[in-house]
Design a protein around this ligand. Structure first.
Ligand SMILES: [Zn+2]
Length: 146
């Protein structure tokens, strides 16, 4: 017996009033900039108050995010090569992430957090692939490790 469409469970769409969404967007932007300020002032290599990577603590393997704080610290000081060495995926993703964030802040008409499944799977594959490659014991992939 076929199931009627009304019985299917639909994924939730996250919405909010435009002003609330914009307020949260600017608040998160301010928090991100404050975080960059902390990273500028306090080098993660020299200060222990930064959280350690739990994946690395458990496995001694680098997760896709390992080196991200060090990369952002170097980037805030204009050291692009050192930033790239710490986490190349994060550094090459920053222009795209910034464009995504700014376009989200500017798009006042759409409040839904929408990502196409193909894009989500592509991003997931890139992040997981990067996480695997940076742990392989080959010289060709050594540049990916922090
Ligand atoms: Zn990690």
């Amino acid at each position: 017996m076929p199931v009627a469409n009304s019985n299917l469970i639909q994924p939730p769409v996250i919405t909010s009033p435009a002003s609330t969404g914009m307020r949260w967007g600017w608040l998160l932007t301010a928090m991100g900039l404050a975080g960059l300020g902390v990273l500028y002032l306090f080098n993660p290599v020299e200060h222990a108050f930064y959280p350690a990577c739990q994946f690395y603590q458990l496995t001694h393997l680098h997760c896709p995010g390992c080196g991200g704080l060090r990369a952002l610290h170097q980037l805030t000081h204009g050291n692009f090569a050192a930033a790239f060495h710490s986490n190349p995926l994060l550094i090459v993703s920053i222009p795209w992430l910034a464009w995504l964030w700014i376009s989200r802040l500017q798009n006042r008409s759409s409040n839904a957090l929408v990502i196409q499944p193909a894009a989500a799977w592509t991003i997931f594959a890139i992040v997981v692939g990067f996480g695997i490659l940076r742990n392989l014991p080959f010289a060709a992939f050594a540049w990916m490790s922090p």
